[in-house]
Design a protein around this ligand. Structure first.
Ligand SMILES: Cc1cc2nc3c(=O)[nH]c(=O)nc-3n(C[C@H](O)[C@H](O)[C@H](O)COP(=O)(O)O)c2cc1C
Length: 246
């Protein structure tokens, strides 16, 4: 296995960081790798806001639902959908941009944001840093918009903690690969059995890592997915001009 594959296979989210700063050289290299990500139609509708200030990271940690690793890790990067940037280009060419009001617009931006996020993570991990993505910023998107000074036509989609690792984390097991990879045709016939097995695997994992309050997969999902867990996304995105109604 080559070094890249090894790194990807070794992925685990890190939630314990030292206060050692990430050097400017490391951060610049990580962000340059992320900017090279492919982007739909060369739109480049993703921007990053880097927060290193401890007070601002502590504020984000609270807004994201009390996630102390955000205050701990020395860098927090917000991945922003930025249709403000593209709007300037469209206006320059003499037309009015509409894509931000469509489901296609939100979808395409979410895909591009995910690729940027993945590039950020792999680059950081290749330098020996730890990372954990933070969707929790969508708990209070207006708070993030105010803190980061985001203009209309933008939305803070996901964040990333990165920093030097204090305590490493064990890898979290995944569902059987047959629930992930399908050859030629989709086949969900093994899903229920795989979920039964995985619930037991995860229970065992939580015992191993002494997190007795950890839930089996199906129960953890049910606790989150029976409601819209971040209800502010739709109204705040709409106020930003990302209507998602076309
Ligand atoms: C888009 C995205 C958002 C996430 N948001 C959070 C978060 O807000 N807080 C957190 O602690 N972990 C978050 N995670 C990390 C997941 O919980 C983690 O990836 C998952 O439990 C699998 O564990 P692993 O990454 O260690 O393999 C997020 C992951 C992704 C991809």
């Amino acid at each position: 296995m080559n070094a890249t594959l090894k790194l990807q296979q070794a992925h685990r989210s890190i939630r314990s960081y030292t206060d050692e700063p990430v050097s400017d050289a490391m951060l610049d290299a990580i962000i340059a790798a992320a900017q090279r990500a492919p982007t739909s139609m060369n739109m480049q509708e993703i921007s990053l806001v880097v927060v290193r200030d401890a007070g601002r990271r502590a504020r984000i940690a609270e807004m994201a639902g009390s996630q102390p690793w955000i205050a701990q890790a020395s860098v927090f990067i917000t991945v922003v959908i930025d249709f403000h940037k593209t709007d300037l280009g469209v206006r320059k060419a003499g037309l009015a941009q509409l894509i931000q009001e469509s489901m296609e617009g939100f979808g395409v931006a979410a895909v591009d944001a995910g690729i940027v996020l993945a590039n950020l993570m792999l680059a950081a991990q290749s330098l020996g840093l730890g990372v954990v993505p933070i969707g929790g910023i969508r708990r209070d998107p207006q708070g993030m918009i105010d803190l980061l000074g985001l203009p209309p036509l933008t939305f803070p989609l996901v964040g990333l903690c990165l920093g030097h690792i204090a305590h490493d984390a064990p890898q979290k097991p995944r569902l059987d690969s047959r629930t992930f990879r399908h050859d030629e045709r989709y086949d969900a016939s093994g899903y229920s059995a795989a979920i039964d097995v995985y619930d037991e695997t995860l229970k065992h994992h939580w015992r191993e890592v002494t997190r007795s309050q950890g839930l089996p997969w199906s129960e953890a999902l049910a606790a989150r997915l029976h409601s819209v867990y971040f209800p502010q996304v739709k109204p705040v995105a709409a106020m930003q001009g990302l209507l998602n109604d076309k």
